[in-house]
Design a protein around this ligand. Structure first.
Ligand code: PLP
Length: 395
């Protein structure tokens, strides 16, 4: 099995995540690629050494375990290559550092994952890169924000916490025409539900921590790229010496095997609970692009083939102590950051204190939830009993 013997056949995603990045016959028949630990790689002869004839040269530059995961992701993304980084945030940083330099201008979506802003506002700023934040709903209006030094446009769709959908092809068409590199944080959809490169994006980034890992036991970043951007990402990754452990690569590959089934369940349960929340008297609005009532639905249904388990809702106004009662009463939803694992999570959030290009004004407290793989009726009854305690606390 492997890429070589498939005669160029294209398989469905459920098949691809099972078969990609495995080569059992190369490893004495073992189904999974072994965890290869190592820094030094020996050459059999002087000639092989000086002419770099080996498949591997040094642990930092990759080994069979990291290469297997990179190859699998490259096929899923449909790209020229993928590199792995130790976290999703470092993948965002690597993508930006690969394509920007002193004097350049970056257009960054205002709804980006908050820590990615810090990269722009500190490291990139210090290196002489200027950032302008833009409204995620800008669409083709991005053209008006492009200046003579604009080198890159960064997207995230749907946006972190508030889930606005971006018109990706409208933006990439303008960027391509002007020779501007586009990057996207595609963690929410993964390449199973949205394929950025097919929509003209040059650099596709994932926090593999979320759905690739899938078990809340891994931090991982992936950067996929096409065209001239691939060389830049590849070289910057190597030059900076970014590498991940083979154990983490093996965990990523293991997560990949079940990712399609897990995402199918996250999609179904997430949508079911989103619809149910829409009908609840405690809830003012649900922010989920796969709901027909959501302003992002038209773009989501045009470009995406599924939705993951992460979305938000706005409560009707309640005092903060009632909110605290709601969160403390949840038994099946853990309170904690990150998401994408098998377990359900909930956090309060407020975008008002950090967004700069858009205004976040909502009618009540905002809650972000991740719907895990638990039984969906158990999750509903858990929220139901927490709402009851919240109402009692609100008086
Ligand atoms: C979590 C997350 C990241 C960062 O991933 P880490 O592995 O925690 O660094 C980046 N982008 C998005 C959209 C995320 O949700």
């Amino acid at each position: 099995m492997g890429h070589e013997d498939d005669g160029g056949r294209v398989f469905a995603p459920h098949t691809e995540v099972v078969r990609l990045g495995r080569d059992p016959l190369r490893f004495d028949g073992f189904v999974n690629t072994p965890v290869v630990r190592g820094s030094t790689v020996l050459s059999p002869t002087y000639d092989d050494l000086v002419h770099h004839r080996g498949r591997y040269s040094y642990g930092r530059r990759g080994n069979p375990t990291t290469e297997a995961l990179e190859g699998a992701l490259q096929a899923l993304e449909g790209s020229d290559g993928v590199v792995l980084t130790p976290s999703g945030l470092s993948a965002c940083g690597l993508g930006l550092l690969s394509v920007l330099g002193a004097g350049d201008h970056l257009l960054m979506v205002d709804t980006v994952y908050k820590p990615t802003r810090l990269i722009c506002d500190t490291v990139l700023k210090r290196l002489g890169v200027a950032t302008t934040y833009y409204d995620p709903l800008v669409g083709a209006g991005i053209a008006d924000l492009i200046g003579p030094n604009t080198r890159a446009i960064f997207l995230e769709s749907p946006g972190s916490q508030s889930f606005e959908m971006q018109d990706v092809p409208a933006i990439t068409a303008i960027a391509r025409a002007r020779g501007i590199t586009t990057l996207i944080d595609n963690t929410w959809a993964t390449p199973l539900f949205f394929k950025p490169h097919a929509f003209g994006v040059d650099v596709s980034i994932q926090a593999g921590t979320k759905y690739i890992g899938g078990h809340a036991d891994l931090n991982l970043g992936t950067v996929s790229a096409v065209g001239p951007a691939w060389r830049k990402v590849h070289d910057t990754h190597g030059t900076l010496g970014i590498t991940i452990s083979p154990d983490d690569a093996a965990l990523g590959a293991r997560g990949l095997r079940t990712m399609a089934v897990r995402l199918e369940r996250h999609h179904a349960s997430g949508l079911e609970i989103a619809r149910w929340l829409e009908g609840r008297p405690e809830v003012s609005r649900v922010l989920h692009p796969a709901l027909p009532t959501d302003p992002g639905f038209a773009i989501w249904s045009r470009d995406f083939t599924g939705a993951s388990g992460l979305f938000s809702f706005i409560l009707k106004p309640v005092p903060e102590r009632a909110m605290a009662t709601f969160f403390d009463a949840l038994a099946l939803f853990g309170m904690g950051y990150s998401w994408g694992g098998y377990e359900s999570l909930a956090i309060p959030f407020d975008c008002a204190d950090y967004r700069t290009a858009t205004t976040w004004k909502v009618e009540g407290p905002a809650v972000r939830i991740h719907i895990g793989l638990e039984d969906v009726d158990d999750l509903k009854s858990d929220i139901d009993q927490a709402f009851a305690k919240m109402r009692a606390a609100a008086g």
